[in-house]
Design a protein around this ligand. Structure first.
Ligand code: ADP
Ligand code: ZN
Length: 216
């Protein structure tokens, strides 16, 4: 069955991890506006240059830009989507609703990944990734076996996101509470909201998501 779902939650809630899991298990396509914007900035385009500064400060990129990115991807079609990091504002949520209507698609569930703020700060400030294979590590909870070398692929291209520092994280959290958290009420009212415990172990979070999608 084709389904379209949104993963909703603050930065560091584990949306990307669960999205990759759902891609593997259900053949859905992950649409991460964060990844699309990072790709745009490294492509050296005018739009990329404009968004880079905004992202590094931890602020939200304009609705117009991200809605444009999503519109392009939906036009390509596909067999069910996981929206990861989108929508992040009420305007984006309305725009997504309209785009899905236009293409005859439905929104099946909005998975709300609940985590507390202290855990987010710990998760994000210790986070680093392999630039070659995308594996995610953490200074305390998941260091590499050999310092500076990726366990998964052996690359030494390990790096931190420019916005994974305490100042930008503070801004990202504020942006989340001011602009994104109202979406919890919005989707609750639409009967789409399914809360899961984002602090549970990775497989347990996956099981809770599977239960929420049961029969869909
Ligand atoms: P995280 O969820 O860890 O904050 P993302 O990779 O989803 O990371 O997003 C990184 C940054 O990209 C955001 O802080 C913001 O600047 C920008 N961004 C991503 N998605 C959106 C969106 N839907 N609307 C506006 N800005 C976005
Ligand atoms: Zn690697």
């Amino acid at each position: 069955m084709t389904i379209n779902i949104i993963l909703l939650g603050p930065p560091g809630a584990g949306k990307g991890t669960q999205a990759r899991k759902l891609e593997e298990e259900r053949g859905l396509v992950q649409l991460s506006t964060g990844d699309m914007l990072r790709a745009a900035r490294s492509s050296g385009t005018e739009m990329g240059r404009r968004v880079a500064e905004v992202m590094d400060r931890g602020e939200l990129v304009t609705d117009e830009i991200v809605i444009g990115l999503i519109r392009e991807k939906l036009a390509e079609g596909g067999n069910g989507f996981i929206f990861d990091g989108f929508p992040r504002t009420l305007a984006q949520a309305d725009a997504l609703g309209a785009l899905l209507d236009e293409t005859g698609m439905t929104l099946d569930a909005v998975i709300e990944m609940q985590v507390d703020d202290a855990a987010l700060v710990r998760r994000i400030t210790g986070r680093f990734t392999c630039g070659n294979c995308g594996e995610v590590y953490h200074d305390e909870t998941k260091p590499t076996a050999k310092p500076g070398v990726c366990d998964a692929c052996g690359s030494t291209d390990l790096g931190r996101r420019a916005d994974d520092n305490e100042d930008s994280l503070k801004t990202r959290l504020l942006e989340y509470y001011k602009k994104t958290s109202p979406l919890i009420g919005y989707y609750y009212a639409k009967g789409k909201l399914a809360p899961v415990d984002g602090l549970a172990a990775m497989d347990e979070v996956g099981a809770q998501i599977a239960a929420a999608l049961n029969g869909k």
